[in-house]
Design a protein around this ligand. Structure first.
Ligand SMILES: [Zn+2]
Length: 317
């Protein structure tokens, strides 16, 4: 799949395209005189749209059976520089609530919702934000706050509040679901920290393509090193690759990783130039298909921790 660049000219093109699509959708809706049922079936529950699959799973946990929760982007999509389709805009116009991560994760979102008369809520509101420390993005918030399960306790509480406003009759159920999920999140956090704590001090370096693991690395006491800060880049410069190679050599890093939504080619260059092995694919910006390795957010966290520990200790064989 071709990767999208979000350099300035690209952003302008993308913004124009979204504006053109929004105009076409508005015209179509005006011609139709009304909106059609969101999904053309008998399901009359309110529809909540999330920007990506990880949020969809978390939101569904909080919603229980009372709301229909769907993701705008599909499994495996690159979400930072995503370009919405006319179909996405039609779905959004028919939704009852839209949830986005915020923290500049969805570069396309402000333009996307500009012409829509649908409420939207930023689910990361209130988390303790970490800043990006390198690259052109230095000083901006690191958007991947969900990689700490304790932050997702905040996400779940925000969702419960938003759902209570949307559907007050089930407000108690949303609060109870969020509380129960919060307990699970705490348990998974404790499990991850304990598992990653088994790594020897000298093997606590986590080298990835994207700088998406800052929150997990902080929780688990790992040193994080990445090729690029945010996946919107996706074109590693020779300097970025050289920097990763130098770090891997200097620290005798046994294994390096890349994420499911980007090409691992740049990291394979690091593998070829050093003694490090390719440790496997980590999931951050998307779940897998239902039959894949990470069909839920909690499984995503466990999969990543298992993959990291096995590769850095060589216990995968
Ligand atoms: Zn990302």
């Amino acid at each position: 799949m071709p990767k999208r660049s979000t350099d300035a000219p690209g952003r302008r093109r993308s913004a124009r395209a979204v504006a053109a699509i929004a105009g076409a959708v508005a015209a179509a809706l005006a011609l139709a005189g009304c909106s059609v049922a969101a999904n053309g079936d008998d399901d009359d529950r309110p529809v909540v749209l999330t920007t990506f699959t990880v949020l969809q799973d978390i939101a569904q946990e909080v919603a229980g059976e009372h709301l229909r929760v769907e993701s705008i982007t599909k499994v495996g999509a690159e979400i930072h520089g995503y370009e919405p389709t006319p179909g996405d805009l039609r779905r959004a116009a028919d939704a009852d609530l839209i949830l986005d991560n915020g923290l500049n994760l969805e570069a396309w979102f402000a333009q996307f919702v500009e012409g829509l008369d649908v409420p939207h809520v930023v689910v990361s509101e209130g988390v303790e934000v970490m800043s990006i420390t390198e690259d052109a993005y230095a000083g901006l918030p690191n958007p991947h706050a969900w990689m700490s399960p304790l932050n997702v306790q905040v996400y779940a509480a925000n969702m419960a509040d938003a759902f209570a406003e949307l559907d007050p009759d089930n407000a108690e159920a949303y609060a109870a679901n969020a509380a129960a999920y919060s307990d699970e999140l705490r348990a998974v956090h404790d499990e991850l920290v304990a598992e990653l704590a088994t790594l020897p001090e000298a093997e606590r370096a986590l080298v990835t393509c994207e700088g998406a693991f800052s929150y997990l690395a902080r929780d688990a006491g790992l040193t994080e090193r990445y090729i690029w800060a945010v996946n919107a880049e996706q074109q590693a410069t020779p300097q970025q690759i050289a920097g990763a190679i130098e770090f891997v050599r200097d620290n005798d890093v046994p294994a390096v990783f890349c994420e499911s939504t980007v090409s691992d080619k740049p990291m394979q260059q690091v593998v070829e130039a050093t003694d490090a092995a390719f440790g496997g694919t980590l999931y951050v910006d998307s779940l897998s298909e239902p039959g894949g390795p990470v069909p839920t957010y909690l499984e995503l966290l466990r999969h990543d921790a298992d993959t990291i520990v096995q590769a850095l200790t060589g216990s995968a064989g």
